[in-house]
Design a protein around this ligand. Sequence first.
Ligand SMILES: Cc1cc2nc3c(=O)[nH]c(=O)nc-3n(C[C@H](O)[C@H](O)[C@H](O)COP(=O)(O)OP(=O)(O)OC[C@H]3O[C@@H](n4cnc5c(N)ncnc54)[C@H](O)[C@@H]3O)c2cc1C
Length: 458
Amino acid sequence: MNIDRLKEFVSVSTDAQDFQKYGKDWSMNFSADPSAIVFPENQADVVKIVEWANETKTALVPSGGRTGLSSAATASNKEVVVSFEKMNKIIAFDETDQMVRVEPGVITEDLHKFVEEKGYFFPIDLAAKGSCHIGGNVATNAGGLRVLRYGMMRNWVSGLTVVTGAGQVLHLNKSLVKNATGFDLKNLFVGSEGTLGFITEVELKVARPPEETTVLVLGLEKMGHVIDVYRHFKNNTELSACEVFSEFALQKVTEMHDLQRPFESEAPFYLLLEVEHPTGDYSEVLAPLFEHCFEKGWIHDGVISQSPQQAQNLWNLREFVSESLSPMSPYRNDVSVRTPNIPAFTEEIEQAYRKEYPDFGVAWFGHIGDGNLHIDILKPEGMDKAEFIKKCKASDQTLFSVVAKYDGSISAEHGVGLLKKDYLHYSRSAAEIEIMKGIKKVFDPKGILNPGKIFSAP
Ligand SMILES: Cc1cc2nc3c(=O)[nH]c(=O)nc-3n(C[C@H](O)[C@H](O)[C@H](O)COP(=O)(O)OP(=O)(O)OC[C@H]3O[C@@H](n4cnc5c(N)ncnc54)[C@H](O)[C@@H]3O)c2cc1C
């Protein structure tokens, strides 16, 4: 591999520390072993990198903020990592179309601040927002905390510029609201995990900011009641978020952060609801809804935020879960089913874990209003790491069989990457997987882009 030729047109690192930093994502399940890291500064650099890779038959791994949880931005086989951190400009803002055009390396939180200063709101919001990139959010079709109200990243992408694995530059949709001219190629790239092309520019819609929000945290005895409470609030308010976390997850957050529990009593599960409403005190609407849930026996305690600061403190209890568990290297799952199936689905999973893996510490949390549950398993004290992974993989078969039984997804929002590719068949038919492989061949005929991610070589 001729790395020296790369150095003629792009900044290259072969530093061992950089290999560890840029060679893997947050999931840390595979070791980093790239052969170089390159830092393009514009689209022309990306085109030249792709041409070089096709000539030298070198595999490339697109890399954003590396907060991914499926090992999709991992280079374990001497690939060249293409980092977008130098392509981080906000290019233009169009108030008429309420649209912003950015390079892929813009950090999500920086975009939030930029549009807020303009009096607008960008609704894709996730706990990794301080590090993840817009390009990574597009490539994973990121979800997060406000999907219930605003949808996934896909809903906000109005145009994309990409460099395919064959080196073609495609300007997809050009931010048109209406465009009935054949296949929607833009949407193929959203969620493609860097396997079809490099995203080099993104056009995004922005929203008007919500008027005001109030946050409630409610204590529940059973996961089954989550859906009763959700339905009741959804039918009577404008719900902008509906999140769940277990007592076990809450304990980890309060151990790691200087945060108060939501109320004194303990509950197996907590439901966080964010309600959007006209400016002013909304307790007259919320209090009777709360009381109804209480009378029905769905909740046994709860708190309603009285100030933006209290609302943020309640949000932190949910937002900090993933980060608080990370030092314990949890075995993560991110599954979804339709919301009406949540009670039966969770009951089956809970029973299976209790029976087959009673020593597992299981932290349940997630975007329950979207039918999306994160299930993080912590290694029991004294158990050997290899033994733990073996048991977790065995438990995956149980989990994914139940997911398949309920027509769910083995990866709701984290993607497939390397981590879940062996389980793809639980959610996608053999025919669908073959079609996806065929599409990859069209955009990346020599298979240089993120090979082995989502599925093995076509
Ligand atoms: C604490 C924490 C909380 C999280 N919460 C959520 C959540 O609520 N919802 C959610 O959806 N995810 C969540 N995630 C996962 C992760 O943050 C998202 O998947 C995010 O969109 C990844 O963005 P990134 O820039 O870090 O991408 P990376 O991890 O760098 O890469 C992800 C994928 O995108 C590809 N890619 C990156 N840039 C480009 C590009 N320019 N062109 C082509 N392909 C590219 C990579 O090859 C890889 O396949 C969370 C992660 C953490 C650590």
